[in-house]
Design a protein around this ligand. Structure first.
Ligand code: GLU
Length: 474
């Protein structure tokens, strides 16, 4: 019987499969694969009348570019191997979408639901303090972001903690991304990973040849989609593809089971229900299925695993019926399952590409913080007045000519409006996702020895990381 590799082994196996097809100088392969360092900290916080000890990590996988980048996760699943695997994925992800960062990741072994907001603030600040004093949070060295169990609230505490400890650092806001707008964040960061999943799917759908490999045709309209995990990433991905592209979310799998509706679930209402009740049970808009895992194996066009790593593994891979899987989570498919799915003709859009929307918009936020000005502030009104000039001229020409025509008010309104920060962020994200997809598919289609998009993604990324090391004389 084949045994299942760990998450970290899975990442290494996938890396090795790609490296075999490359011609890297001896030793460079290992240099890229290994995690450079992991700092472990155990700290105590006095809460509820006694001292509680927490264990946290910050791993730096590669420093060929600095700062290094990657989220901080708060979960009971956090341990060193997991953090290192996630840090490695960050290296390849950043290289693939050309975000100029090395790879890093952090985690705190904690169940955030067990503590109230004030307690979480004390714990987060204390963890941040430990990392800041070792430059493991620093605008030019190591820039965390949200991940599972963390969000804008935690990032606001972290940036404030950094400011208290570095009162004269003019670039303090850039020490972490995913902050609330009033603490130096950027429009569109919260939705970014889910938005990136939508852009990735739309880009995939632009190529008939790629869709044919998954036995699909047409656009996202009416495609049957299953989403696993309605957290920040799954929720936004599901919302955008259903509300904007007409896809049918036929099932959502959550912690307490799944909810199924062949006509499509209303994601907004379902999310409200989850927030109110803590689960999908008793949601009126669909049928409840207690055994959530079985719903992963339901018939559908597209499966979006958007929660934990390893959910598609050797125990269920053979029964997955989706034609296309897009990995919105990090590492949801084990290396063993990957092979089974490939053999069964399932196309996988890999995590290092599919969920790179988050770090891409983090990059924009970091640049915004360093430039100390919001995107669009200088040019927006100038753009509008140039458009107005053109419209006035067209109007004058029409009045002078014998043919009378009129531009519609709707067109005028749309055309006149200069882009604000949110539009610029979305445009930059869309461009990034399209560009990265094209670089992967080029390799996928041009080489017979590249069986899938994941190998292609690793090839593109490793080649870029290797080039960066080579230019440093390694
Ligand atoms: N935690 C996210 C990820 O896994 C975002 C990282 C970032 O923005 O730095 O990609």
């Amino acid at each position: 019987m084949t045994t299942e590799p760990s998450f970290r082994e899975s990442v290494d196996i996938m890396f090795n499969q790609a490296v075999k097809l490359m011609d890297l100088s001896p030793g460079l392969e290992e240099k890229i694969r290994v995690c450079n360092s992991t700092y472990t900290v155990r700290f105590g916080v006095r809460l509820r009348g006694k001292i509680h000890t927490f264990t946290g990590y910050r791993s730096v996988h590669s420093e060929q570019m600095e700062p290094v980048k990657g989220g901080i996760r708060f979960s009971m699943g956090v341990e060193q191997d997991e953090v290192e695997a996630l840090a490695a994925l960050m290296t390849y992800k950043c290289a693939l979408v050309q975000a100029p960062f090395g790879g890093s990741k952090g985690g705190l072994h904690i169940d955030p639901r067990e503590w109230d907001a004030h307690e979480m603030e004390m714990i987060t600040r204390r963890f941040a303090y430990e990392l800041i004093k070792r430059d493991l949070i620093n605008p030019s060295q190591n820039v965390p972001a949200p991940d599972m169990g963390t969000g804008e609230r935690e990032m606001a505490w972290i940036v404030d903690q950094y400011r208290r400890m570095n009162t004269t650092d003019i670039n303090a806001a850039a020490c972490v991304t995913g902050k609330p707008i009033n603490a130096g964040g950027i429009q569109g960061r919260v939705e970014a990973t889910g938005r990136g999943v939508q852009y990735a799917l739309k880009e995939f759908c632009r190529y008939d040849e790629d869709k044919a490999k998954a036995g699909l045709t047409g656009t996202l309209k009416k495609k049957q989609v299953i989403v696993q995990g309605l957290g920040n990433v799954g929720y936004h991905a599901a919302k955008f593809v259903s509300e904007e592209d007409g896809a049918n979310i036929v099932a959502v799998i959550e912690r307490d089971g799944a909810v199924v509706n062949p006509d499509g679930l209303n994601i907004e209402l379902l999310k409200e229900h989850i927030i109110m009740t803590g689960g999908v049970k008793d949601f009126m808009g669909g049928e409840y299925v207690e055994d959530g895992a079985s719903v992963l194996e339901m018939d559908c066009d597209i499966l979006i695993p958007a929660a934990l790593e390893g959910v598609i593994n050797l125990t269920n891979a053979d029964r997955i019926k989706a034609n296309l899987i897009i990995e919105a989570a990090n590492g949801p498919i084990t290396a063993g399952a990957d092979q089974v799915l490939l053999k069964n003709g399932v196309v996988i859009i890999p995590d290092l590409y599919a969920n790179a929307g988050g770090v891409t918009v983090s990059y924009f936020e970091w640049v915004k913080n360093l430039s100390h000005i919001r995107f669009g502030r200088m040019q927006r009104r100038q753009e509008e007045s140039r458009h107005q000039l053109l419209l006035d001229e067209l109007q004058r020409l029409s009045e002078d000519s014998s043919i009378k025509w009129q531009l519609s008010d709707k067109f005028k309104e749309k055309y006149l409006r200069g882009a604000d920060e949110l539009e610029l962020v979305r445009s930059g994200l869309d461009d990034t996702m399209r560009d990265a997809y094209q670089s992967m598919r080029k390799v996928w289609h041009s080489r017979d020895d590249v069986p899938d998009l994941r190998t292609a993604a690793f090839l593109v990324s490793i080649e870029r990381v290797a080039a960066s090391y080579r230019s440093k004389g390694l």
